[in-house]
Design a protein around this ligand. Sequence first.
Ligand code: ATP
Ligand code: MN
Length: 481
Amino acid sequence: MRHTKVKDLLNSTTTLHEVNAKGWVRTFRNNQFIALNDGSTINNIQCVVDFENTPDETLRRVTTGAAVSVTGTLVESKGAGQKFEIQVTKLEILGDSDAEKFPMQPKKHSLEFLRENAHLRVRTNAFGAIMRVRSVLSFAVHSYFQEKGFVYVNTPIITGSDAEGAGEMFKVTALPFDGTPRTEDGKVNYKEDFFGKETNLTVSGQLEGETFAMALGQIYTFGPTFRAENSNTSRHLAEFWMIEPEVAFNDLNDNMDLAEDFIQYVIKYALDKCSEDLKFLEGRLLEEEKSKPQAERSEMALLDKLNFVLENNFKRVSYTEAIDILRDSTPNKKKKFNYIINEWGADLQSEHERYLVEKHFKCPVILFDYPANIKAFYMRLNDNTEPGRETVRAMDILFPGIGEIVGGSQREERFDVLVEKMKALGIDEEELWWYLDTRRFGSAVHSGFGLGFERLVLFVTGMTNIRDVIPFPRTPMNAEF
Ligand code: ATP
Ligand code: MN
C-alpha cells in the first residue's frame, strides 16, 4: 500500500478507511499518541495506537526520531488542535532511534548546538520550516524571471578571470603541493596546471552574464558563489547562492524598478505558499526576542514586516543625501559609530546602513550614485559630476535587520571610458579581452544586480544568522558535512 503524505491526510475533506503514513516520531505520549512528522508540513499527524493489542516490544521502540509506518483509519480527532488523526491498526518500526543518543530531543536546543548537528536539525520544526521556505523562494525566483521572459544562464563556477574584484577567491588547481612547478623567477607555473592558467571559484557571474544580456536581452543567473573573505559575521558565508539578472537597454532607474518588483514578488509568493511555516517562524521569533532587551526587539512581527515590504515603496536616496543624514545623526555626533562619518567619499559600514534603514527611514532603502572610487570598475560613470566628486550609477538595497541585500549598477557601456578606468586600476585588458568585446561590438546601455539568496531567506524567515538558512553552511574554519 502506497503511503499518503501527512499534509494530504491533514487536508483531507473526509474520513478515510485504510490509510498509510510513514514518517519520524516527534513524541510518543501515554504509550498511545504518536506525533508523526514526514516533512511535508510543519504539522504532525496524531496517530492513536491501540496499546492493549500492540506488543510491548513494539511500543518500546516508538521513540523520538524513529522511522515508523502506521496503517489505520483517518478519523475526526476528538482532541483539540487537529481535525484528523489516525486510529492505528498496524504499527511497524522501520528504523529504530536510540532515545538516549538521538541529539534532537523534544525540547529547545540552542541554534549553535543545532548548527553542529546540521544533518539532523532539519528534523526540527524550525529548520523544516526554514528549508521549505527556502525551497519555495528559489522556485519563486525562477517563476518571476521566467514569467517575464528572462533566459536562465549557467555562468561558469570555475572561472579564469580574476579581475572581478568582488572578493577574495578560492583557487582551483590540480597542481601538487610538493614539487609545485615553478617559473624561472620562482612563481607557481600555472601553465602546467589543469587549465594551463590560474583559475578560481567564481565570486560572481556578472561579467559572463553581461555578454549573454548583450545577445539575449534579459538574462538571470542563480547559482553558487564563493568568497574566501575571512569575515566571520552573521551575514557572510564562504559559499552562498546569488541571483544576478542583467538587462540590455535598462538604465539605473529601470534596474531599481526591477529589483524592487522582484523582491516584492518573491516575498508575496512565499506568503501565499508558506503561510503555516511563516506563522510558525513568526512565533519562534517572538519567543526568541522575549529574552532580548526591548531596544533590540523587532518593531514588527514577521508577517507584518513582510507585508510592510509589499505595501511600501523602497525609499530611494542618493549617497550624497545619505552622507548628509549620517553626518548630522545623533550616533555620529555622539561618536557612537565605530567609523565616524566626516566627509563625502567615505565608504558606508554596516552600522551606517543599519542606521539609515532601521532608525532614520524605517523602511527598505535604495542608495544610489556612489563615489566612483569606492565601487567596481565596470560601473557607469555619471555625466556632469564635479571633478573630485565623480560618482557612478551604482545602487545598493538595504533591508532592516539584514543590511545590504542587493548590490547593482548600470554598467559602463563606453569602450574608451571603461578601458581608461581599467588602466587606472591596473586591471589587465588582455585578461578581459572577451568582456571588452561587448563594448567593441554593439555596445548599449545595460544594468543588473546581484542578490544574495541567503540574505533574502534570512529576511523572509526572520532568522538572524545566515548559517541557519542554508543546509550546510561553509564559513571560516567550518566545512563539516
Ligand atoms: P557586503 O558588503 O555585505 O559584504 P558585497 O558588497 O561584498 O556585500 P556584492 O559583491 O555586491 O556584495 O554581492 C551582491 C550580493 O551578494 C550582496 O548584496 C549580498 O546580498 C550577497 N553577498 C555578498 N557577499 C556575501 C557573502 N559572503 N555571503 C552571503 N551573501 C553575500
Ligand atoms: Mn563582501
